[in-house]
Design a protein around this ligand. Structure first.
Ligand SMILES: [Zn+2]
Length: 54
């Protein structure tokens, strides 16, 4: 799993907001948003990967 960071609405960095599997093609991810944890949401960004259709 690789830690990912994000930027808040004020531009402040949010460290380790999400964790994504380090295996290419796996795409399993965990995110924290507004205090809730989301498991394995579809990845909809990045030019190298095609989002999964669910
Ligand atoms: Zn994985």
């Amino acid at each position: 799993m690789l830690p990912l960071s994000d930027f808040g609405s004020q531009g402040a960095p949010i460290h380790y907001k999400a964790w994504v599997c380090s295996s290419p093609g796996c795409g399993f991810n965990i995110k924290i948003r507004n205090g809730d944890v989301y498991l394995n949401e579809p990845i909809a960004n990045g030019s190298m990967h095609t989002p999964r259709v669910r």
